[in-house]
Design a protein around this ligand. Structure first.
Ligand code: SUD
Ligand code: ADP
Length: 299
């Protein structure tokens, strides 16, 4: 018997970053929005823990015990005294190391899949706590929809979304390391007074109303300057999408994927076509939000 879980990518519609904490993490007001690009994680009983991955970026995904899906299976097995003998297969469609939380998604999906396979009876709160141990973004991958994450991003409050938003994502060549981007943020803000991060009421209102134009006016990412500093070519991608009619453009999380909010489906297709023709990115993806969180697929 196998269990398959589908899990979405995310974009950060607001990423307010505070000063580094004593534990090295940064306090955040992180407004996550799940987008309809999905990985599928299948777990099957096996002789020993094993990870395989398919998809265009599969070669960049580690298959050892550092893989977040393997770590999730090990964490749940240890908690319930179960042997972690499963084959985990990741069908990967989320760009790797792109600031879209693909690894976090696989961690949340593997946790939910193993939980279903092993019938642990763990509740949502317990699964969210295990997610938080795996990484700051992992709880949101389980939850999906939209949510405000505070602390290091793991303490979630769901946010209401009153409509469908249309996005274009421009995938860059190569990834950016999340710790390196936070490090560059520290370097760029050294000697300045970094304000306490807080969610923008206007942005939350735009999400609630499903108002794309209002959301475009309020999108923000405090890591964008750091990502651009490490990868200056992203400025050209942002410009190309804006020139093609996107309502707004920003770096997705720590990048280097860039995200473009479009007025509707037709505009999204036009922006994607112009970005592909611009030569400023490796590939483009069109997706809508919000998307549901990790979900067991019924045959
Ligand atoms: C920037 C964001 C925005 O959602 O995601 P990505 O764009 O990378 O997907 C997140 O904050 C990434 O979260 P995640 O990738 O889960 O990070 P973690 O595994 O918890 O931490 C990896 C490293 O990132 C830095 N880190 C992460 C979260 C945080 N609030 N402060 C930090 O300084 C630390 O250097 C930490 O050692
Ligand atoms: N299941 C996984 N899928 C992708 N990357 C993973 C996974 N597990 C661990 N990683 C590692 O996490 C790093 C960050 O990848 P990813 O989560 O896709 O990007 P980001 O943190 O920018 O959203 C990768 O470079 C890879 O080494």
């Amino acid at each position: 018997m196998s269990v398959t879980v589908r899990v979405p990518a995310k974009v950060n519609v607001q990423l307010a970053v505070g000063a580094a904490r004593p534990d090295g993490f940064h306090g955040l007001a992180n407004v996550f929005l799940a987008v309809g690009l999905y990985d599928e994680v299948t777990v099957t009983p096996a002789d020993a823990l094993r990870v395989t991955c398919s998809g265009p970026d599969a070669a960049q995904v580690p298959l050892d015990r550092t893989n977040l899906a393997a770590r999730a299976a090990l964490a749940l097995a240890e908690r319930y005294g179960i042997a972690p003998d499963v084959h985990i297969h990741i069908a990967k469609d989320i760009p790797v190391a792109g600031g879209m939380a693909g690894g976090s998604a696989d961690g949340a999906a593997a946790l939910l899949a193993c939980d279903a396979l092993w019938s642990t009876g763990a509740g949502q709160e317990e699964l969210l706590a295990i997610c938080a141990e795996l990484g700051s973004d992992v709880p949101f991958s389980l939850l999906g929809g939209a949510a405000l994450g505070v602390g290091r991003g793991e303490l979630l409050t769901p946010v209401e979304v009153g409509g469908t938003f249309h996005w274009v994502f421009a995938v860059a060549d190569g990834g950016l390391s999340t710790p390196a981007v936070y490090g560059e943020f520290d370097r760029l803000t050294a000697g300045t007074d970094v304000p306490e991060p807080a969610a923008s009421p206007a942005l939350l209102d735009a999400l609630r109303k499903g108002d794309a134009a209002a959301l475009a006016d309020t999108l923000s990412n405090d890591l964008q300057a750091a990502a651009l500093s490490l990868r200056p070519s992203l400025a050209g991608t942002l410009e190309a999408g804006t020139a093609a009619g996107a309502l707004a453009a920003l770096v997705s999380g720590s990048g280097p994927t860039t995200a473009f909010l479009a007025a509707d489906e037709e505009s999204a297709r036009k922006v994607a076509g112009a970005l592909a023709a611009s030569g400023t990115c490796r590939s483009t993806r069109v997706a809508v939000s919000p998307a549901p969180g990790a979900t067991v697929q019924r045959p």
